[in-house]
Design a protein around this ligand. Structure first.
Ligand SMILES: *Cc1c(COP(=O)(O)O)cnc(C)c1O
Length: 365
């Protein structure tokens, strides 16, 4: 027998899942059988419902981690005469730009410091200055810092200037309420192992049907061609091109049911907010300050400044907390030493209280 989880993952994905989500993986499925393909269709429809997209939207599942789905969107929707503007304030914005650049796409990057909100005025100025920009991409929750980017003014600008708007909502979709139609998001990307609380193995894209249809035969990557994958799923009622992560898909369906049981996205959002509130309050009481001001923090993950004490070491903190049953996350902010604690997943206020007790117990600096 494989032992129970030895620790809780306080990481932004993969994250701690429920026992029942893991148990759902305990059988094999045939990747093209109708029993299995029916599950896929149910998932696709549920994702569109969660996005509030209605009949104008569709969803496509894509093998791989979340980054593969970001890359699939860019291969699929950028044409040789397209120009992508990436609005970036962290590692994931940078990654989107890196993918576009490596593809040889026409690219502009508008960079804001980590820890600063993207400035809509600067975005509008860039759109005016470079009318060749056809697509605007950005990240919703910038997992680098835990900043919840205010995407709405930028999406409004994309609509106003008739640009295709791409949102990497990887670490927020399902955990933060959002309406994909208002303002309009043309392509929204997320993955199985974030706020839906499934296990890793695939990403998914919510797309405006008309926009997606326009992208037929664009992609120069075969395996990351979202339209081809979509058409196969539509025509064959839930069939994937190529081997699909069957166990992960079954676990994801269970995770979606558990999201419903919890009370939907609103209820999950409230739990994440409570986890976050307790964590920040407790850490600050222990003298550890959050990197961002409260108004910019997300209920997803929080970056904390490393204590200035000369004997502080992240590695030591990590190892001591791991032995107490909690796995935390290293920092990714380039300008300041930080570490991160995630509060999404099958994690509850009581777990956060236990974590804070553990931090107090092991405090060595
Ligand atoms: C997790 C995450 C991704 C995807 O990362 P993978 O490691 O490929 O799953 C992309 N963007 C953001 C904002 C994320 O949090």
């Amino acid at each position: 027998m494989i032992p129970e989880n030895p620790y809780l993952l306080l990481t932004p994905g993969p994250l701690s899942t429920s026992k029942t989500v893991r148990a759902a993986m305990n059988r094999d499925w045939c990747t093209w059988d109708s029993d299995y393909n029916g599950l896929v269709q149910t998932i696709r429809a549920r994702l569109v419902e969660l996005s509030q997209g209605g009949s104008a939207y569709t969803s496509v599942l894509m093998q791989g981690s979340g980054t593969f789905s970001v890359e699939a969107v860019l291969w699929t929707c950028l044409k040789p005469d397209s120009t992508l503007l990436v609005v970036s304030n962290g590692a994931y914005g940078k990654r989107m730009a890196r993918i576009a650049s490596q593809m040889g796409a026409n690219l502009r990057v508008l960079t804001f410091p980590e820890g600063s909100q993207p400035d809509p005025e600067a975005v509008e100025k860039t759109l005016q200055e470079y009318p060749e920009i056809s697509h605007v991409g950005m990240v919703h929750c910038e997992t680098t810092t835990g900043m919840l980017n205010r995407y709405i003014p930028i999406a409004d600008l994309a609509s106003k200037w008739e640009k295709v708007f791409i949102l990497d909502a990887m670490s927020s979709f399902g955990g933060i309420p959002l309406d994909i139609r208002a303002p309009k998001i043309d392509f929204l990307i997320s993955s199985a192992n974030k706020c839906i609380q499934g296990v890793p193995g695939f990403g998914f894209v919510l797309a405006d049907r008309r926009r997606l249809q326009e992208c037929e035969v664009n992609s120069k990557s075969h395996s990351l061609d979202l339209v081809d994958q979509w058409q196969t799923m539509e025509t064959n009622q839930g069939k994937w091109r190529f081997t699909s992560p069957t166990h992960t898909v079954r676990a994801f369906l269970q995770a979606l049911s558990e999201l419903d049981e919890e009370g939907g996205v609103e209820a999950r959002y409230r739990r994440y907010c409570e986890n976050h509130r307790l964590l920040v309050q407790g850490m600050e009481a222990l003298g550890i300050q959050a990197f961002l001001p409260p108004t910019d923090q997300s209920p997803i993950i929080t970056a904390f400044r490393e204590p200035a004490a000369p004997n502080f070491s992240f590695e030591k903190l990590y190892n001591l907390l791991k032995s107490e049953g909690f796995v935390i996350y290293p920092g990714k902010v380039s300008q300041a030493p930080t570490f991160r604690i995630g509060h999404i997943g099958h994690v509850f206020p009581e777990d956060i209280r236990q974590l804070l007790n553990a931090v107090e117990r092991i405090k060595f600096w």
